[in-house]
Design a protein around this ligand. Structure first.
Ligand code: B12
Length: 222
């Protein structure tokens, strides 16, 4: 049954048919499925499938991917507030995409999952320089900096996590502010998060919220 919704949603966003994409998700919810199922069993796997079907290259394909991501992002904004709420406020994170990285959908999903776990999120947006991550984390008194990188060069780049780590260490903030990273490059290279100086990484929104909640809890008890 979920597979049929997945096929319908893929077809709708391949046609960049926003109305049909929304209707497919509405139908799924009407049948009693949760917003978490809509995001994690439909939206995310379909974006991944789409990437396999149409490899980034010609302009038309890029435009198609862009519109597909916009539709999924819009639906994500609508679904996340419907997530099952947890109770206690746990802590605060500043999050953004790495410098020169404009892939925003993953961050949006992580943000929603964090909020549903009652973690306060300060979203610095896209293309965030290292200095800004650190300055905002200090200003906001956040326990975590979260950096989303969808491209190898923005994960490894000199104005990305590596520099954030340098700045944290230089300011004596290691241990007080933890660095968590995520995005496609970390999936294919299990030790990359360590190489870029992060304390942890997570593969998806749900595990991201779990990992970050654990770090905040450890930070409080240490
Ligand atoms: C959609 C897309 C685009 C859209 C982005 C639209 C938008 N508003 O986001 C557009 C068309 C604009 C685009 C542009 C480009 N893209 Co693009 N894009 C993609 C694509 C197909 C899907 C990304 C996505 O949205 N995934 C769905 C989300 C839900 O998944 P996610 O981001 O991985 O997020 C999850 C986890 O990673 C994790 N997570 C994410 N962030 C964080 C952060 C933290 C702290 C934690 C803990 C966890 C976490 O949780 C998330 C939710 O579950 C990927 C292919 C792929 N398979 O990833 C290529 C891809 C990332 N793009 C790529 C490229 C090359 C580009 C361009 C350079 C293309 C070009 N020739 O111009 C430009 C670069 C633009 C820029 N400077 O940023 C390459 C990168 C290759 C590489 N080795 O670095 C990829 C891998 C495609 C490929 N196979 O070649 N792209």
């Amino acid at each position: 049954m979920i597979d049929q919704f997945k096929r319908d949603y893929l077809e709708a966003i391949l046609d960049t048919n926003r109305d049909l994409a929304f209707k497919t998700i509405d139908d799924l919810l009407d049948q009693g499925h949760s917003p978490e199922v809509a995001i994690f069993k439909i939206l995310i796997p379909v974006m991944e499938e789409l990437a396999e079907i149409v490899k980034v290259g010609p302009d038309a394909t890029l435009a198609q991917l862009y519109l597909a991501a916009q539709i999924s992002a819009e639906l994500t904004d609508r679904l996340v507030p419907l997530f099952t709420k947890k109770t206690d406020i746990q802590g605060k994170i500043v999050i953004g995409t790495a410098f020169e990285d404009f892939h925003g959908l993953g961050k949006k999903i992580v943000k929603g999952c964090l909020k549903s776990k009652m973690i306060e999120v300060v979203d610095l947006g896209l293309n965030v320089p290292a200095e800004k991550f650190v300055a905002e984390a200090i200003k906001q008194n956040a326990q975590i900096i979260g950096i989303s990188s969808m491209m190898v060069h923005t994960a490894r780049g000199s104005n990305g996590p590596v520099k954030v780590r340098e700045l944290l260490n230089k300011n004596g903030l290691e241990g007080r502010i933890q660095l968590v990273v995520g995005g496609a490059p970390y999936r294919f290279h299990s030790t990359l998060y360590r190489e870029v100086g992060a304390d942890a990484w997570a593969d998806n929104g749900i595990t991201a919220a779990m990992v970050i909640a654990d770090l905040i809890r450890e930070n409080k008890t240490s």
